[in-house]
Write a protein that binds this ligand. Structure first.
Ligand code: SF4
Length: 406
């Protein structure tokens, strides 16, 4: 297919596809999905080989958030029967992080619910970072604490945080449909503050919230412009008790097309397969490793993932290898640039870590015919049935007496 050949060539040159090309990837048919995966897989392997980076989530503070993000089980007025607890002590968080590191995680993501941290919260997280680094000097720490106030990014960086996550989640045009208590611009600003402080920025999206193909392309192009080092791609986990509990809009094939589009638009960036992979990709999860070069190990913030040992077995069976602590994740040109800048993805943006931040909608007349036709891949597709039976609220690990899944 000419489209895929063109996108592979552009990806190898780090050249941005056009919006029309990105839309056309989302509009490919289920019959073409293996061709799409094979093409985007060439770009993935060119920049990241067969390595898979493992990340481990530690939910420092769960539930009771005053914000109203409609995808989130921790939101204001949530009826979800999730674990609710206040700040973990540094030693409790370090113990949970240690389980992830023992399971092969290279990065630990420290996430707390809430609009944003107080200065006292930043101090607590600083103590937690110190406790983790005392035991695991080489582990990367990413903080995901919501909207940052002046000076907080610098304090987190000084405390040893390597990265900060805040997801854009969806397009600027639809952001107000998802959340009313803060704005898209607030999210962009926090990512920029993290970058200005010299932290690696992590910012991604959540697919499956009823957005259009144009919205998905908008958010991914906005992310490319924001230029985070890592982009988590979450697939909505429709958790009972949230306004989006009935939104089962994704098929495994659509998830693969979305991941491929992200890879083509952000070829040399860490694309992380985040929350929702088990319940939406199901038996096609291993194909996603040809697109993403990073995943979360084990459980998510308020829901359970598959067993950590099954994550490791899947990676090995699919012919990939877990990235070691001695390997630099990003290609040399990006890693060098980050180092020169003093050196970005993440929990408040879905279950895969981060309150995360993208662009203007393509005009309708700019959409190619194949993107507007009723092709199997075009636009949100209602799956044949809900897979709510696959969603399990987290009952182990941080905030419980049971060992974490790692
Ligand atoms: S995503 Fe973050 S800010 Fe939004 S409701 Fe959930 S915890 Fe609160």
């Amino acid at each position: 297919m000419d489209l895929l050949n063109t996108l592979v060539e552009k990806g190898l040159r780090r050249e941005t596809p056009t919006r029309e090309e990105a839309l056309a990837v989302l509009a490919t048919s289920d019959d073409e999905v293996l061709d799409v995966v094979a093409a985007a897989g060439k770009v993935r392997r060119a920049w990241f080989g067969r390595r898979v980076k493992l990340n481990y989530l530690v939910n420092l503070k769960s539930g009771l958030c005053p914000e109203d993000c409609s995808y989130c089980s921790q939101r204001l007025g949530s009826k979800s029967e999730i674990l609710k607890y206040t700040w973990l002590k540094p030693e409790q968080a370090a113990a949970a992080a240690g389980a992830g590191v023992a399971g092969g995680a290279k990065r630990v993501c420290l996430v707390a619910s809430g609009r944003g941290p107080t200065d006292r919260d930043v101090e607590r997280v600083s103590q937690t970072i110190a406790a983790i680094k005392e035991e695991h000097q080489d582990v990367e720490i990413c903080a995901c604490l919501g909207l940052l106030s002046q000076g907080q990014a610098e304090r987190l960086k000084d405390a040893g945080a390597n990265a900060y996550n805040h997801n854009l989640n969806t397009s600027e045009a639809t952001y107000g449909d998802i959340t009313t208590t803060h704005t898209y611009a607030d999210r962009v600003s926090t990512v920029q503050q993290a970058q200005a402080a010299g932290m690696s920025a992590c910012s991604g999206l959540i697919a499956g919230m009823g957005e259009s193909d144009a919205d998905l392309v908008d958010v991914v192009f906005s992310l490319r412009e924001l230029d985070p080092d890592s982009v988590p791609v979450n697939f909505l986990i429709p958790i009972e008790g949230t306004p989006l509990a009935g939104d089962w809009n994704l098929t495994p094939q659509r998830c693969l097309r979305i991941l491929a589009m992200v890879r083509f638009v952000c070829p040399d960036v860490e694309v992380r397969l985040a929350g929702g992979r088990e319940i939406h990709l199901r038996s096609l999860q291993p194909l996603a490793l040809h697109l993403a070069n990073s995943i979360f190990l084990g459980d998510y913030l308020t829901t359970e993932g598959q067993a950590g040992k099954d994550d490791l077995a899947m990676i090995a069976d699919a012919g990939f290898e877990v990235e070691g602590a001695d390997t630099t994740t990003l290609p040399a040109h990006r890693a060098d640039a980050a180092a020169a800048a003093g050196a970005g993805c993440g929990g408040h943006g879905g279950e895969g870590g981060g309150c995360g931040p993208c662009g203007d909608a393509a005009p309708a007349d700019a959409v190619p015919a194949q993107a507007t036709a009723a092709a199997p891949g075009a636009g949100p597709v209602a799956s044949e049935r809900s897979h709510a039976d696959l969603v399990a609220v987290r009952r182990r690990g941080a905030g419980t007496d049971l060992p974490p899944n790692a």
